[in-house]
Design a protein around this ligand. Structure first.
Ligand code: EPZ
Length: 420
């Protein structure tokens, strides 16, 4: 198992190009199950989650061909029965449920189960499938869905923490081949939902309103193959932008969509970070003493929960008190205890972390617990004096393409080492 050894104290400088979005690629790959015809998806990031999804689709009977960042998938003959262990390992794979149900009127997939950041139930996904006329049985760790007919319907998908991203994607995909019109209320508005709707419409679906809380889907008889380019990864872009500011460096970010990053860039500007647009790219530099800001994570277009841990590190580098409140996942502060090993002063109070910033950080061995926590540990390691060893970086490889290479190109002292 690999770890990352980082020697901190070097400001990041130079240019970085953002990869395709993991959280768009997974539902896009699942959507190819909706047609017998080949689909071509471009700008697919080289990530372990993507490899997992390819294995899952192959286990259902689809042909998957990977050629660099272009993936061709043809789901001509498929079964509705997914590999238990493969699906259980990756939560994102739940989004095969809608396409299988739409195409085959049946689907049997393992329950995704919780993860370290929260219980993460799928009750809203199932509520949506039931609204379309699906019979659902949960038995021996499986969700077993069957439907004689899928009938368009109205469904409200708002939950305890607001809309659900993959729940919206799942119901939207199931409704594409249902009879009649489906209305999703309190739909998630994330750019990844819009990207999926654009791909489905390119396949012949009739979807309108994606990106707004109300999505309308008029069912069609069948869908055809299509080509699509994945949108850039706004969370990866936010991670490099925050790393640039935290290390007091100057980095130009290419290939990102600033219009997808409004809340993050706004909070960084509020803290005093200089963000300069240059054509389709933008440059990030600290530009003097930063000031503390308070963050509350919210559904899109609010501040993304997937950038909370990274922003916490920036606030650790900022003298003064900032309060970071996590409203989406109930236990997404696993990084706090590890960041404290590097000298951070953070107190947890219910859903909030109170960060006393400006403390000098020094390198230490730390353990990654989940994808975004590991990104925060890497940034803290780049800031801290001396060496930091980040263990269990398989979490990082799930969502960041070649992060150590990209950081080295920005002048970081970072290397992958065998874990002893
Ligand atoms: C997506 O997860 C992303 N994953 C997550 O990114 C991201 O954090 C999350 O959306 C929120 O933005 C992928 O796209 C693969 P949700 P998803 O359903 O769709 C509750 C990362 O770091 N909920 O929008 O699974 C749920 O427990 C990952 O890249 C229900 O209660 O998240 C949570 O509190 C982590 N019932 C909230 O809603 C349901 O049926 C939002 O979850 C579904 C969700």
């Amino acid at each position: 198992m690999d770890s990352l050894m980082i020697k901190g104290g070097t400001p990041l400088e130079g240019e970085v190009t953002i990869s395709g979005a993991k959280n768009s690629t997974l539902p896009l790959m699942a959507a190819t199950l909706l047609t017998r015809e080949p689909c071509i998806i471009r700008r697919v990031p080289d990530l372990s989650d993507v490899k997992f999804m390819a294995q899952i689709l192959a286990s259902l009977g689809a042909q998957v061909k990977v050629d660099g960042s272009t993936v061709t998938i043809q789901a001509n003959k498929i079964s509705g029965y997914g590999d238990y262990d493969l699906i259980r390992k990756m939560r994102g794979s739940i989004c095969i449920l809608g396409p299988l149900l739409a195409r085959l009127r049946k689907a049997k997939v393992s329950l995704p189960g919780g993860c370290v950041i929260g219980a993460r139930p799928i009750d809203l996904h199932l509520k949506g499938m039931q609204a379309l006329g699906t019979k659902i049985e949960i038995e021996s760790g499986y969700v077993n869905c069957t439907a004689k007919r899928l009938l368009g319907s109205e469904v409200f998908l708002g939950g305890r923490a607001g809309p659900t991203v993959l729940g919206t994607a799942n119901v939207m995909m199931a409704a594409t081949l249902a009879e009649g019109v489906t209305l999703i209320e309190s739909a998630a508005c994330e750019p990844e939902v819009v990207d999926l709707a654009n791909f489905l419409n390119a396949m012949g679906a009739k979807i309108s309103g994606a990106g707004s809380p109300t999505i309308t889907i008029t069912g069609v008889k069948e869908l055809h193959g299509a080509e699509h380019e994945v949108i850039p990864d706004r969370v990866e872009a936010a991670t490099y932008a925050i790393a640039a500011a935290a290390t007091d460096g100057e980095v130009t970010i290419h290939g990102a969509r600033m219009d997808h990053m409004g809340a993050v860039l706004d909070k960084m500007r509020e803290a005093g970070v200089k963000i300069e647009r240059s054509g389709p790219s933008f440059k990030v530099k600290r530009g003097g003493q930063l000031k503390p800001v308070d963050i509350i994570t919210q559904p899109y277009a609010g501040f993304p929960t997937d950038a909370q841990a990274q922003m916490m590190v920036l606030m650790m580098c900022t003298p003064g008190i900032s309060i970071i409140t996590e409203r989406i996942f109930e236990s997404r502060f696993m990084h706090v205890s590890e960041l404290s090993r590097l000298g951070a002063d953070i107190a947890l109070e219910g859903p909030s972390a109170i960060v006393k910033g400006g403390k000098k950080l020094s390198g230490a061995p730390v353990m990654a617990s989940d994808l975004r926590a590991s990104a925060a540990l890497v940034i803290a390691g780049l800031v801290g004096r001396g060496k930091t060893l980040v263990k269990r970086i398989y979490h990082l490889d799930r969502g960041y393409e070649n992060i150590d290479e990209k950081l080295r190109k920005l002048g970081a002292w970072i290397e992958r080492v065998e874990e002893t």
